[in-house]
Design a binder for this molecule. Structure first.
Ligand SMILES: [Fe+2]
Ligand SMILES: [Fe+2]
Length: 291
């Protein structure tokens, strides 16, 4: 069996490692430049009309709880702030690079992205309810948490399909089967890719630790939030990321971390907390794909 380093070597050998979309790179450098202004950022996003439309759809979704309808990117930047828009733009532009491709044996990219979008929306909604401000990294980290699966699908397709099959047959978490068949997991190769792209550290931490939040040393709260969003999206059947294994909702590791950080929630069961998210879940279920 290959080791993780051999897995990365193989990705390098095959070549064509996806690069971060130009819009994302430009938005990242504008957001970091004290001399840039709102119009500069809006202009860059508007060069990609499909992206601009998706950004507006996210900004107007119930996860963001916008009070009035926002119909221009310029307004969106003013309303949400630069950092938040930067983050959403990164996530959505990466998603656009790997469009939905229904019907592939074992791994349906359209269902996959629906799982990821649902996770992003739920992460944002949860963070808002918990009073956290992760400045858009919650949404983006949710959207990109499983990005490594795209690499596995691209570079190790046969082994990846076998891993999906094995996890289905034996009822084990997909990442365990990936380690067995490929030698590395989607969270390992995903974290490698996100680091290569120099995305914000909290997004890296979520991608790397989204299946074991308790093992993380930093950014534990955002990791916990995306962990909970991921298992909730799975439990509610919002999209499908190839993993049939279900983490029990009660006493999950993500909620335990939040309860440690917020003692006032110590007695609140997770099921009670997610009761408040029914509207968000319903909206995600009925709003359809944003492809
Ligand atoms: Fe995952
Ligand atoms: Fe996932």
């Amino acid at each position: 069996m290959a080791t993780f380093f051999e897995v990365i070597d193989k990705i390098r050998e095959v070549g064509n490692i996806p690069t971060l979309p130009t819009v994302a790179t430009q938005v990242m450098s504008l957001a970091a430049d004290p001399n840039s202004n709102i119009s500069d950022i809006a202009e860059v996003i508007e060069t990609d009309q499909a992206l601009a439309t998706r950004v507006l759809k996210v900004v107007n979704s119930s996860a963001y709880a916008a009070r009035e309808k926002i119909s221009s990117i310029q307004r969106a930047v003013v309303h949400m702030g630069l950092t938040e828009i930067r983050s959403i733009t990164i996530g959505l532009s990466v998603m656009q690079m790997f469009p939905g491709r229904p019907g592939l044996a074992g791994f349906d990219r359209e269902a996959f992205w629906n799982h990821c979008l649902s996770t992003g929306q739920l992460a944002k909604a949860m963070a808002l309810r918990l009073g956290y401000n992760f400045q858009g990294d919650d949404y983006t980290a949710g959207l990109l948490h499983d990005i490594g699966k795209i690499l596995l699908d691209q570079y190790f397709q046969d082994d990846f399909v076998d891993a999906i099959q094995e996890s289905r047959d034996r009822g084990i978490p997909l990442h365990q089967a990936e380690a067995k068949f490929i030698g590395g997991t989607h969270f390992q190769v995903g974290a490698w890719l996100v680091k290569r792209w120099r995305l914000p550290p909290s997004i890296y931490d979520v991608v790397a630790h989204h299946h074991a939040p308790s093992a993380a040393k930093e950014n534990r709260e955002i990791i916990a939030v995306v962990f909970m969003a991921n298992i909730l999206a799975q439990a509610k059947g919002l999209g499908f990321g190839g993993n049939i294994y279900r983490v029990p909702l009660d006493e999950n590791d993500g909620w335990k971390i939040i309860q440690q950080e917020k003692p006032e929630l110590a007695e609140v069961p997770f099921e009670k907390f997610i009761d408040d998210l029914e509207d968000n879940i319903e909206e995600i279920r009925t709003s359809g794909s944003i492809f």
